[in-house]
Design a protein around this ligand. Structure first.
Ligand code: GAR
Length: 187
């Protein structure tokens, strides 16, 4: 099987990145992580890129023309698939146009509910019964591309934001790899 050359975008902790790296080391997993891009020089996730000897690049999304630079880098590494794993910036339309249906994101809610930030506090405030995560394609609108896969759990009365995040991330570590397998099984 020829693995898809993949770039993972991160901003912070990088636990989903680490999980995807470990999966990608299995021969039957459809992607090879060839590049990590971070918009944050202090992102902990960079440590995983270093540990597993994956090239990594920092980008400054405030600099003019940054999309062109990103597109050139992606071309240089022959990237054909992109995963946003805790990337906290909006990906620009120019990049999306060049990678139509080739960019996926993991989001910590059951979309279309709770797009954007602060998902857990809003869920608690709303007295939601269920929480979970969504892996979806990225389009021009925030957290609105079509869903590939969702995993959910029932919120316990005792759950606070910290516990919701913990439970959600545990599901994310299953959801993201499963979604990637699902995408490439179809194609
Ligand atoms: C993940 O829980 C992901 O769902 C969320 O950020 C976390 C990153 O954790 N993404 C978003 O909120 C995107 N809007 P990680 O850096 O440990 O993978």
């Amino acid at each position: 099987m020829v693995k898809k050359n993949t770039c993972i975008f991160i901003s912070g902790k990088g636990s989903n990145l680490k999980n995807l790296i470990l999966h990608s080391r299995e021969s039957i997993f459809p992607i090879k992580i060839s590049l990590v891009i971070s918009d944050n020089k202090n992102a902990n996730g960079i440590l995983y890129a270093k540990k597993y000897q994956i090239p990594y690049i920092f980008i400054n999304t405030k600099s003019k023309n940054y999309e062109n630079i990103v597109l050139l880098i992606l071309k240089k590494y022959k990237i054909s698939f992109i995963c946003l794993a805790g990337y906290m910036k909006i990906i620009s339309n120019k990049i999306i146009k060049n990678y139509q249906n080739k960019i996926v994101n993991i989001h910590p809610s059951l979309l279309p509910k709770f797009k954007g930030l602060n998902t857990f506090s809003r869920m608690l405030k709303n007295k939601e019964k269920k929480a979970g995560c969504t892996v979806h394609y990225v389009n021009e609108k925030l957290d609105s591309g079509s869903t590939i896969l969702q995993k959910k759990f029932f919120i316990d009365q005792k759950d606070d934001e910290k516990i919701l995040k913990y439970k959600t991330q545990k599901l994310e570590y299953r959801a993201f790899p499963e979604a990637i397998i699902k995408i490439f099984r179809k194609s």
